[in-house]
Each structure stands twice: as structure tokens, then as C-alpha cells.
Design a protein around this ligand. Structure first.
Ligand code: GLN
Length: 480
């Protein structure tokens, strides 16, 4: 096994035991990227000089016999909608292709303080809008497992970077599934904490009542470690909760006696047979681990996709208004002001972003507000109630992450409705603000299927505990 293939826990051990230096670990990551990223296109920018500099500082610390923290010296990547002072932040858009961040996002600052080594910024669907990684101005990201397939999106580069062992861990953002869905397609672990857990200061807003930063990792334990390190109160984000995020103490506890619900609405007709079979096999394992499996009904979740695509586009249309050619980013040449606005937005944004601005403006317009926006807000409440009722009966829920495996590049690109359907199982957790994790089913590394676990708000601990138990069981089976 090469050192860039390590998990955080393995890499940390290796650094502490002086099996390799932080500089060697960092170099192994860059070498991997240089050999493959021309094809995969996971990165928009690399941060080589600064990364080596901090790696050497940490090596010096280790040499002096100082203790290092868990994330110290660990190479990672950030999705390109998360700001890092002095580095370009493009959000995958022409609009921001020359934009350099004037300050760092709270998550980036926290990871820097912890001594983690930033390797680069990852490619993504434009402004996080997409389910395939194909809407980026910098070209599509390819799935490292099968180069003819999409990675999923919108955190396409972060998921590909983990699947390809370019870095040890990565962060993405998840508004309707953008961490979980690409994790599913790339066979890695994608974790979206509850709305309000992690500061979004310095994350470019897409749909503010849904946006949450999440982790993409090679193991559930790594997700838990990074989550604990970046969660928690931030004076720059009023939606960020002042509550301790503690998930490590219960991570290895048995799940015997836990109640796990299987929502029947998530096992729909027309679902890919291999996906259905893989999920059923995992549910059986959960039962073997001593969990009680209970069938649950979430009747209102059938509206989740429609609710999401109404409310999200409404919020997108408002959040995208700031890109006007004056204050940020791309400005088109023109003789008068209104033409400058029109041209800058028309030329700076890609098709998907413009489609959503139009849809969002429509659902918010005075004649249609009650019929669409208001109705969707009401339905959002009912969906949340469905989950509240379910969590009176069960500790967590298990579902597929996506109805199909990774699809082919180009397959859905010209059919937005088909593309939106790829999010059908991930959006409900976003609509209700719940914590959710995607982990690979079984040990099929060539053609992965993702399993999703959800729980009630702020109960990340149980989601991670169940996921960790299942992952351990699969690992034990692989070793046999
Ligand atoms: N695929 C979803 C969309 O296109 C989710 C995006 C996201 O979570 N950022 O809106």
C-alpha cells in the first residue's frame, strides 16, 4: 500500500512512528495527482509551495519530539467554493475564474490552525449546481474507478480525489446531496452533518436554508475525526449551533438493540436491481449485528424532490444576484450599465445556473409565489414531521443513496429532469436538515453502490456509530 492511500488514522500513526515524514506524505499525494489529474480533472488549483512549507514545519516539530494532533501534517483538499485567503476560488464558474479569496472560510482556518496540509482546490459543478460533475467551466471530472462514468456532483473533484488517493481527506458542500451522491458513485464515504453544525462562513452560498459543509473520506472513522475538528459555534455564522459535536466516544460501541427503520417509499419500482440487492444485503448485516430492523413509512417524502427544486432555485436566484459584473468576478465589455449587467450574467454563468435563476425568479414572482414557493415551504414542514414521527420509533433510517450506480458521461447532461432524479434519495435529509452519511455497500470496489443512513437533527453520533459498525463488518469479511 502506498502512503497516499492511507486513511487519516494510518497516516497519523506513520508520522508519529517516523515511518515516513510529512514531506514524503505530501510528495506522494502530489505525485499521484501529477500522474493522473490530466485525465481525471479533480483539481482546479494546486497549492504546492505552501503545502511543502507547512509539511517541513511539521517534520521539524516531530523531529523535536513534540506531540502532533490527529489532523496535523495530513494532506487534504477543499472544494473550490470554500475560500482560502490568497488562493483562487472559482466555484467551477467562468464568473469567478479570476477571483482570489480575500479571507479564509472558518473551516479552512480551523484546519490550518490544526496543521492540516492543504494540497489543492477541487473541481465542482458550477456554483454547486449539478449531479454529475459535468457543469464545471473547467470541464467534467471523470470517475477514477471507470473513466467513462461521471463522478456524481456537485463535489465531483473532492470525491474523485479521495477515490483516486490524491489526498487523505477532503471537504465538500452538500445542499441536496452533493457530498453523498458523488461519494456513492466513487465508492467512498460522504458525510453531511445536520444543518447548523458546521460554519458556512466563507462557503459560497447556493441555497442558504440547505447548504452544509461535509466530509469525503476513506473511512467512517475519518469522517468522525474531521467532523469533530471543524464543527461548532462560529461568530461569523448565526446559523451555526453552540453545541459540542461529540461522536468519537460512541463510534465503536455495538449497535445491538438499536432500532433501524427501512422507509418503504425509498425502495421504489424501477430502481436498479443491483442497487436494491446491495442495499438488502447490508440491511441483513445490520440485523446480524443485533439491530432491530423495522419497516417505516414516510408518506410525504415523495414530495421532497419537487420541494427541493422549488425552494432551492428560489434561494439560488437570490444568492446569485450578487454576481452582477460590478462587485465580483467576470465583467463583459459594454457601453451602458444595464447591458453590462445582462452580458456579464449571460456570459459569466453557464446554462444550468441560468436555468435555475430563471426557475427561482419564476417561483418567487408575485403571481406564482403562493402556488409554488409558499406551498413548497408548507410541504417542507410536513416532510420534516414525517421524519420526526419516524424518529419516535427508530434511532436511524437506512436507504439507498442513489437509485442507480454511476451513469455514463454525457448520458443525462441534456435532460435536466433526468439529472434531477439522481438526487431523489438525498434531498429529503437536506429538506429536513438531518445528518446523513453515505458509505459503500460491501466490498465491491469496481462498481460501487452507496448506502445512506440518516438520523434526527444533531444525532450525528448514531449515524456514524451504525456506519462504523457496518464498515468494520465489511472489512472483516474482506480480510477473511
Ligand atoms: N445535485 C443537487 C443539485 O443539483 C445537489 C447540489 C448540492 O448539493 N450542492 O442541486
Amino acid at each position: 500500500m502506498k502512503i497516499n492511500e492511507f486513511t487519516i488514522t494510518q497516516a497519523h500513526r506513520g508520522l508519529v512512528d517516523k515511518e515516513f515524514s510529512c514531506e514524503e506524505l505530501t510528495r506522494a499525494c502530489f505525485e499521484r495527482i501529477i500522474e493522473s489529474d490530466e485525465t481525471i480533472n479533480a483539481f482546479v488549483d494546486l497549492n504546492e509551495d505552501a503545502a511543502y512549507e507547512s509539511a517541513r514545519e511539521i517534520d521539524e516539530k516531530i523531529k523535536q519530539g513534540e506531540k502532533i494532533g490527529f489532523l496535523e501534517g495530513i494532506p487534504f483538499a477543499l472544494k473550490d467554493n470554500i475560500l482560502v485567503e490568497g488562493l483562487r476560488a472559482t466555484a467551477g464558474s467562468k464568473m469567478l475564474s479570476d477571483y482570489v479569496a480575500p479571507f479564509s472560510a472558518t473551516v479552512a482556518a480551523r484546519l490550518k490552525d490544526l496543521g492540516s496540509v492543504l494540497v489543492g482546490k477541487t473541481n465542482m459543478d458550477e456554483f454547486a449546481m449539478g449531479s454529475s460533475g459535468e457543469t464545471s467551466y473547467f470541464g467534467a471530472t471523470k470517475n477514477p474507478i471507470d473513466l467513462t462514468k461521471v463522478t456524481g456532483g456537485s463535489s465531483s473533484g473532492s470525491a474523485a480525489a479521495i477515490a483516486n488517493n490524491d489526498v487523505i481527506y477532503a471537504l465538500g458542500s452538500d445542499t441536496g446531496g452533493s457530498v453523498r451522491q458523488p461519494a456513492s458513485f466513487c465508492g467512498v464515504v460522504g458525510f453531511k452533518p445536520s444543518y447548523g453544525r458546521i460554519s458556512r462562513h466563507g462557503l459560497m452560498a447556493m441555497a442558504s436554508s440547505f447548504d452544509q459543509i461535509g466530509t469525503i473520506t476513506k473511512s467512517v472513522r475519518d469522517a468522525a475525526l474531521v467532523f469533530e475538528s471543524i464543527a461548532g459555534k462560529d461568530d461569523f455564522d448565526a446559523t451555526c449551533l453552540d453545541k459540542k459535536a461529540e461522536v468519537m466516544p460512541t463510534l465503536d460501541q455495538e449497535i445491538k438493540g438499536l432500532k433501524i427503520g427501512v422507509p418503504k417509499e425509498f425502495f421504489i419500482e424501477g430502481m436498479d436491481k443491483e442497487v436494491a440487492a446491495a442495499i438488502s444485503a447490508e440491511i441483513k448485516k445490520l440485523s446480524e449485528l443485533g439491530a432491530e430492523i423495522i419497516e417505516i413509512s414516510l408518506p410525504k417524502t415523495k414530495y421532497a424532490l419537487a420541494v427541493y427544486y422549488i425552494l432551492m432555485t428560489a434561494e439560488v436566484s437570490s444568492n446569485m444576484a450578487r454576481y452582477d459584473g460590478v462587485r465580483y468576478g467576470f465583467r463583459a465589455k459594454s457601453d451602458n450599465l444595464s447591458e453590462m449587467y445582462l452580458k456579464s450574467r449571460g456570459m459569466g454563468f453557464g446554462d444550468e445556473v441560468r436555468r435555475r435563476i430563471m426557475l427561482g425568479t419564476y417561483v418567487l414572482s408575485s403571481g406564482y409565489y403562493d402556488a409554488y414557493y409558499k406551498k413548497a415551504q408548507q410541504a417542507r414542514r410536513l416532510i420534516k414531521q414525517d421524519f420526526d414521527n419516524a424518529f419516535e420509533k427508530v434511532d436511524c433510517l437506512v436507504t439507498p443513496t442513489t437509485p442507480t450506480k454511476a451513469f455514463s458521461l454525457g448520458e443525462k447532461f441534456d435532460d435536466p429532469m433526468k439529472m434531477y432524479l439522481a438526487d431523489i434519495f438525498t434531498v429529503s435529509a437536506s429538506v429536513a436538515g438531518l445528518p446523513a452519511i453515505c458509505l459503500p455497500c460491501g466490498n465491491d470496489k469496481k462498481s460501487p453502490v452507496g448506502l445512506q443512513l440518516l438520523s434526527k437533527n444533531f444525532n450525528e453520533a448514531v449515524v456514524l456509530q451504525v456506519a462504523n459498525n457496518l464498515e468494520e463488518k465489511n472489512r472483516a469479511q474482506e480480510l477473511r
